[in-house]
Design a protein around this ligand. Structure first.
Ligand SMILES: Nc1nc2c(ncn2[C@@H]2O[C@H](COP(=O)(O)OP(=O)(O)OP(=O)(O)O)[C@@H](O)[C@H]2O)c(=O)[nH]1
Ligand SMILES: [Mg+2]
Length: 205
């Protein structure tokens, strides 16, 4: 068995490209870790936290900011992928369908995709959009991890209750039960746990 390594150090984080669809994705097959969730849930902020760069991925108060698949190459040997958020009603219907299809194509068709991190807003009760997406993703067979974001906005007991409710109502129906991580891009909670997971996955764990 390989020795357990601590979470990796980030030596470089470089924006690679933006793609509107699967065929526009970069050819070079580095292992990829993708981030998805409802608009405004904190995907881009979490990517910046992981990469230790304030402005690597664009953060905005306006939901729907990230509308392309964005690739960031880390330490020249793996990638963080910022996926467009789902459920942003103010994007025109055609455009929204487009992006959902691009995301679905990417998740189902990207051979170097190792894990999808689904971000869930820890302040909200289970949302139908998240439940639907989770059900679809579980059916694809792609590995995924749940990340409960903005945990800094809750007390410890509120956060525990919120995650427990999600486990009982949503995750009870999903086998095997996915890994769950609480995060905050403000306090850096969850950063080392996510990087540890990525480190282990890259090492073949
Ligand atoms: N308090 C707090 N605010 C956060 C956290 N993460 C993100 N935010 C705020 O939430 C808003 C949305 O963050 P983004 O990272 O742009 O969210 P996104 O999921 O990438 O959004 P889209 O690209 O529009 O889908 C911004 O105002 C962030 O500053 C967090 O952990 N804690
Ligand atoms: Mg974004």
């Amino acid at each position: 068995m390989a020795p357990t390594l601590g979470p990796m150090k980030i030596k470089s984080a470089i924006f690679e490209t933006s793609a509107p669809n699967l065929s526009g994705c970069p050819r070079l097959a580095l292992p990829e870790f993708a981030f998805i969730g409802r608009s405004n849930v904190g995907k881009s902020s979490l990517i910046n936290l992981l990469a230790e760069q304030r402005d690597l991925a664009r953060v905005s108060d306006l939901p729907g900011k990230t509308q392309l698949i964005n690739f960031f190459t880390i330490n020249k040997n793996w990638r963080l992928v910022d996926l467009p958020g789902y459920g942003y009603a103010h994007v025109s219907k055609t455009k929204r369908a487009d992006f959902n299809e691009a995301v679905a194509d990417y998740i189902e068709g990207r051979e170097n995709l190792r894990t999808v991190f689904i971000l869930i807003d820890s302040r909200l009760p289970p949302q139908q959009l998240d439940v639907d997406f989770l059900g679809w993703l579980a059916g694809t067979g792609v590995a995924f991890v749940l990340v409960f974001t903005k945990i800094d906005k809750l007390s410890l007991s509120q956060a525990q209750n919120s995650i427990a409710l999600f486990r009982q109502t949503v995750l009870s129906g999903i086998n095997p039960t996915p890994k769950v991580i609480a995060s905050s891009s403000k306090t850096k909670t969850g950063r080392s746990e996510i990087l540890q997971y990525i480190t282990d996955t890259l090492a073949g764990g």
